[in-house]
Design a protein around this ligand. Structure first.
Ligand code: ADP
Ligand code: MG
Length: 652
């Protein structure tokens, strides 16, 4: 046997030590690189064999660990290499590839967050030296009459070739693991690492612990060491045909549900899913699931996993999937996403933009289809999907164009309706007064009595939340729904206009003065200035207005300026403190309670009782809308007791 020596032709000899140190915390990527090469080799063999009409062997990759010898061996039955090919691809090209990668990293700076270089593909074969003192490549090419060969390198620029007696076509790479990396010889650790990167690789991957000895078990379950050890079998770690690679026509709902349960075990049942499949102008396969929203679970950005040719790349898909879709769970597989670039340059990448646009369109189309074919289901999952669909409309123009007419709200009878349906539902006699406005009711804030009064006239309101709806309303008002412009207005701001008011009487002024003097006494200007300076976000005080709304039964309700209210809410939903908004207490002069208060106030010695009544009216307005503040509850209970005992005394 004659060993053939060679030298890697590079100027800098210090690259390998750098590779060894580089991305030290991430050195587990070596296994991904080597398995990726094995996968490529198997695919290439299949392609060539198909071309030659030869039999295509089932691709297999075996990772064997030997703690005693400190070796990790990766064997594939891919196309193998001739000695010339090893010389060219491994010794020269792979090395210069690694060097290029290093230079690029040096130029761009080592990323703080190692996730910055999205997939870190590119280091390639030489990443083996991050964990090894010596690497051997033993290989037999599939070419007719090829001779096996073995290449040995200690990570210096010199290497040797020796003869090999390898019988089977393919490549075996043996890593002599260095002292710092011995953890990779642990079968459990290796399986976990492989599962992370290769859980859906298209060829079977087995992990074999060469040092493991298992004996047959006795009846009591313990091992029988008197018998011959059982044959040592590898453990297979991957699913070779992930669900997203399969034909959606062949899949049943259970297949998706079971897959989801397995992969996202903490997330319950999926509500709905979308199978993505496209070959042109880019390739993309994937499945996106709509989860049940767990209010208690913090928002998590790593729910979508990105793969390239079934090899895991990252679960941080920011910039590939628009932010509003990161609430979804699932898998995206595309070989067209550039993997060895930083995230910031990903954002501007035209292919990434197109992929992202495609996903958005697909999601909207699927929702539209569900809307058309099964509105009942669409409505039944709305409490979970609504938030993100509205969020999508607000943040993505195209999504909005496809979806905003299918945003639904609960009307006053708890039935889901769209905005066009709402406008359609307005009784003919009120159409003019409403001017195409959508009346909204804030679930925990608006006055319930107003909503019911409107409903008794056949006018509905739509229920909105405090978080996404202020943004969504703002968004829709700048767009059109179908042909028409839409304006939202709250029940309290509109009720007088819609139901109409009676002419005012001279009592109105007296009532206003009475309520003002008790509930909103004018403050001394200087004092007020001082207060505002001390706390600009403090109590804004209250205005009193008297309005005799037709058929109104409530003694009083609160009205808030629409724009101020929205602004305050939007501030709050973005995580800031809402700024206080001035309220107006609208008092109903035809309500008996109010009239009585006025009459009693004109008597002598009844000041105390009048004050109680006025405060009580304010309390009722609170209870009917946002509820009493904790600090006001005690006073309310006390007041109620006093008032009722006064009244009941009369009855005795
Ligand atoms: P890349 O995979 O990007 O080409 P690598 O450094 O990972 O770069 O590999 C260099 C080359 O070595 C590959 O392109 C391939 O030709 C060859 N090679 C590496 N591993 C194998 C293998 N297991 N079987 C056959 N050829 C291989
Ligand atoms: Mg490679």
């Amino acid at each position: 046997m004659t060993d053939r020596k060679g030298t890697i032709k590079v100027e800098t000899t210090d690259i390998l030590p750098i590779i060894k140190k580089w991305l030290y915390s991430e050195h587990d990527i070596f296994i991904r690189e080597l398995v990726a090469n094995a996968t490529d080799a198997i695919t290439k063999r299949a392609t060539i064999a198909r071309g030659l009409n030869q039999e295509i062997p089932t691709g297999k990759i075996l990772v064997s660990l030997n703690k005693e010898n400190k070796t990790l061996t990766i064997t594939d039955n891919g196309l193998g290499m001739t000695e010339e090919e090893v010389e060219k691809y491994i010794a020269q090209l792979a090395f210069s590839g690694a060097r290029e990668f290093m230079e690029k990293m040096e130029k761009e700076g080592k990323p703080e967050d190692s996730g910055e270089i999205i997939g870190k593909f590119g280091l390639g074969f030489y990443s083996a030296f991050m964990v090894s003192d010596k690497v051997e490549v033993e290989t037999l090419s599939m070419n007719d009459g090829a001779k096996p060969t073995k290449w040995i390198s200690s990570g210096e620029t010199e290497y040797i070739f020796t003869d090999s007696d390898k019988k089977e076509v393919g490549t075996t790479i043996t890593l002599h693991i260095n002292t710092e990396s011995e953890e990779f010889l642990n079968a459990w650790k290796m399986s976990e690492t492989l599962k992370k990167f290769c859980d859906f690789l298209p060829y079977e991957i087995g992990v074999l612990d060469e040092n493991k000895v298992t004996y047959p078990t006795k009846e009591d379950g313990t091992e029988d060491q008197s018998k011959d050890p059982l044959p040592n079998e590898p453990q297979f770690i991957n699913e070779t045909t992930p669900l997203w690679k399969r034909d959606p026509k062949e899949l049943k709902d259970e297949d998706y549900i079971n897959f989801y349960r397995q992969k996202f075990p903490m997330d319950g049942e999926p509500l709905f899913w979308i199978h993505l499949k496209i070959d042109h102008p880019f390739t993309l396969d994937g499945i996106l699931f709509f989860p049940k929203i767990n209010q208690n679970k913090p928002f998590n950005e790593t729910n979508i996993r990105l793969y390239a040719k079934q090899m895991f790349v990252t679960d941080n898909v920011k910039n590939i999937v628009p932010e509003f879709l990161s609430l979804l769970r699932g898998y995206i597989d595309s070989s067209d996403i550039p993997l060895n670039v930083s995230r910031s340059s990903l954002q501007g990448d035209p292919t990434v933009k197109r992929i992202s646009g495609y996903i958005v369109k697909k999601v909207a189309e699927s929702l539209k289809k569900l809307w058309i074919n099964d509105r009942e289901k669409y409505e039944s999952i709305w409490s979970d999907t609504g938030l993100f669909i509205k969020y999508g409309c607000v943040s993505d123009e195209k999504f909005s164009d496809l979806m905003r007419e299918r945003i639904i709200f609960k009307n006053s009878e708890d039935k889901y309706i769209t905005l066009p349906e709402y406008i359609e539902s307005i009784p003919e006699s009120y159409k003019e007064k409403m001017e195409g406005k959508v009346l909204y009711f804030e679930k925990d804030k608006s006055d319930i009595a107003l909503k019911n009064q409107l409903l008794s006239e056949g006018v509905h309101t739509v229920e909105v939340d405090d978080y996404i709806d202020p943004h969504f309303m703002q968004h829709v008002e700048m767009k059109k729904i179908g042909e028409s412009e839409v304006k939202f207005s709250s029940v309290d701001a509109e009720i007088a206009n819609i139901l109409g008011t009676e002419n005012s009487t001279e009592n109105d002024i007296k009532i206003k003065e009475l309520f003002e003097s008790i509930l909103a006494p004018k403050k001394d200007e200087n004092e007020k200035k001082k207060e505002d300076q001390a706390n600009p976000f403090g109590d804004q005080g209250m205005d009193i207005e008297v309005q005799n709304i037709k058929n109104s039964t409530t003694p009083a309700f609160f009205k808030v300026d629409e724009q101020m209210k929205r602004l305050s809410k939007m501030t709050m939903s973005m995580g800031n403190n809402p700024f206080p908004v001035k309220k107006t207490l609208v008092v109903n002069p035809s309500n008996p309670l109010i009239l009585n208060a006025l009459k009693i106030s004109q008597k002598e010695n009844k000041q105390e009782l009048v004050e109680k009544i006025c405060h009580y009216v304010e309390d009722l307005a609170y209870i009917s809308s946002e509820g009493l503040k904790v600090e006001n509850r005690d006073a309310f209970v006390k007041r109620s007791q006093e008032l009722i005992s006064d009244l009941t005394t009369f009855a005795l």
